[in-house]
Design a protein around this ligand. Structure first.
Ligand code: ADP
Length: 502
């Protein structure tokens, strides 16, 4: 892949990656993935469905029971480490392709997505040799110990908002623990996962350990989630599809982990550093065009600072440079697809019908270059006068749209902040240390940010309370999802068991 190629309008071609080879789909079908900034076709990609999923699962099973089982933990760690290095040495090309496929600004792909992808592989490379069992002090003349073993063949279905990084969150712990994988990238953004497959091959992973099968959710995704030949399914995406996946997995009692939607409260108290809080609100909702499951999409403002805060927030939101995602100055690119853009627009109508005020944004940016007129751009948008029970405060919009809700005191706030089906993340801005930590205990969410927002690291667990899912990704916690525990009992006495020797 050359960086010049990523920028040209000549569509690339990609095949499925199964059993260490790039192959066409059994059906011969392909689909196109557009560049969301221009609407032009970026790539033509082989389209997996059930027959290809069957092949990929069989390859993953053979690898799990064959070559991969013989690879030592140290070797697995070295391969993961090498993969991290290969990602770093291909950073520019990967970032450009990520931006061309997803629309996110190049400064994000280059300085956040790709480095974080490498970081995740590097972090889990270190874990491969540190997955251990325990000895248990059971009564009597017995030796009892546990083995922590890989789960087996893992199906992994990922979304389009951080295509490479989501692949890393899923693949890295699974491989560190000795599993094999069938990974289905999102149909909107399949290309970088297939470039990653090339690097996986180069890093020395045996054939079939990782298989990448792009295709649609209702066909390839559904075939994977309901497959009797997989031992675990891991999914990141919408809560609605998460429920479908859990139902599909139930028939085979396949183990499931889900990282789903959110409607995070981002809370500003009157004693906060307002400048920092405004920056945090911007980061909370405009980063990655608001297409972030932990986005701060409910902005709670203390009544006493509401006017001052909104003046500054609105002014800064209106200054955001929306446009060419390949331009390093751009802060917001297009939304990922025409469907997402339509969905976001529909919430502007809903907000007005519900009695909210569109304080700024709510449409297409003015004065885009001719080249980007068919792109899926949307302006940074603030709804004010929102009540927490309104749809715009309860439903995940997944765009650069925040709903401003005011509160009077801490009790009133906690009640409202927890009044949601979601529980992925929350932020609070205050100088009062006691209040900050009280809040961290009382909020029902998997991540709490105090005077910061959207911070993540490969070593720190991430996942949801309530309908935001179950299981934790990253950190040592992720290994729990990709290992299972076996308890082994050994008799040390040589005596008969119970009464049967009498
Ligand atoms: P979004 O709504 O943000 O596009 P989705 O939750 O629909 O996100 O998609 C996330 C991932 O789930 C994608 O890879 C998509 O192809 C897949 N997917 C969608 N529907 C299904 C389904 N019924 N079964 C399995 N996977 C699905």
């Amino acid at each position: 892949m050359s960086s010049a190629q990523a920028a040209t309008s000549e569509p690339r071609r990609y095949q499925l990656f199964i059993d260490g080879k790039f192959v066409d789909a059994e059906s011969g079908k392909t689909f196109q993935t557009p560049n969301p900034a221009t609407g032009e076709t970026l790539a033509e990609v082989a389209e997996a469905d059930k027959a290809d999923i069957d092949k990929a699962v069989a390859a993953a099973r053979r690898a799990f029971e064959g070559k991969w089982a013989k690879v030592s933990a140290r070797e697995r760690g070295r391969m993961l480490y090498k993969l991290a290095q290969l990602i770093e040495s291909n950073a520019k090309q990967l970032a450009e392709l990520e931006t061309a496929d997803n629309g996110k600004p190049i400064r994000e792909s280059l300085y956040i997505d790709v480095p974080a992808t490498a970081e995740n592989f590097e972090y889990f490379a270190g874990w491969a040799t540190k997955i251990e069992g325990e000895t248990i002090p059971v009564p009597g003349q017995f030796f009892n110990y546990t083995l922590r073993e890989p789960v087996g063949v893992c199906g992994q279905i990922i979304p389009w908002n951080f295509p490479l990084l989501m692949a890393a969150w899923k693949l890295a712990p699974a491989l560190a623990a000795g599993n094999t994988v069938v990974l289905k990238p999102a149909e909107q953004t399949p290309t970088t996962a297939l470039e990653l497959a090339k690097l996986i091959q180069e890093a020395g992973f045996p054939d079939g350990v990782v298989n990448v099968v792009p295709g649609y959710g209702e066909t390839a995704g559904a075939a994977l989630a309901s497959h009797a030949g997989i031992d675990k399914i891991a999914f990141t995406g919408s809560t609605e599809v998460g429920k479908t996946i859990a139902r599909a997995a139930a028939d085979n009692l396949t183990k499931v982990s889900l990282e789903l939607g959110g409607k995070a409260p981002n809370i500003v108290f009157a004693d906060a550093d307002i400048d920092q809080a405004v920056n945090g609100a911007m980061m909370g909702i405009f980063y990655n065009q608001g297409q972030v499951c932990c986005a701060g999409s409910r902005l709670f403002l203390d009544e006493r600072v509401k006017d001052e805060f909104l003046d500054r927030f609105k002014a800064k939101a209106e200054k955001i440079k929306v446009g060419d995602p390949m331009d390093k100055q751009t802060l917001m690119g297009p939304q990922v697809s025409a469907e997402q853009l339509d969905r976001i627009k529909s919430y502007v109508t809903i907000a007005r019908e519900e009695g909210a005020t569109v304080l700024t944004g709510g449409g297409a940016p003015a004065a885009l270059d001719e080249k980007f007129r068919r792109g899926y751009f949307f302006t940074p948008t603030i709804f004010s006068d929102v009540q927490n029970r309104m749809r715009v405060a309860q439903e995940e919009i997944f765009g650069p749209v925040t709903s401003v809700i005011t509160f009077k005191d801490e009790d009133d706030l906690i009640r409202q902040a927890n009044e949601t089906i979601y529980g992925l993340s929350a932020g609070i801005w205050t100088r009062d240390v006691r209040r900050a930590h009280r809040f961290a205990r009382e909020i029902k969410a998997g991540t709490v940010w105090i005077n910061t927002f959207n911070m993540m690291n490969a070593a720190s667990p991430f996942g949801g309370y309530k309908q935001s899912g179950y299981g934790r990704e990253m950190g040592r916690h992720a290994l729990e999802m990709y290992t299972q525990v076996k308890s082994v009992w050994v008799d040390l006495s040589g005596k008969p068991i119970g009464w049967y020797g009498q």
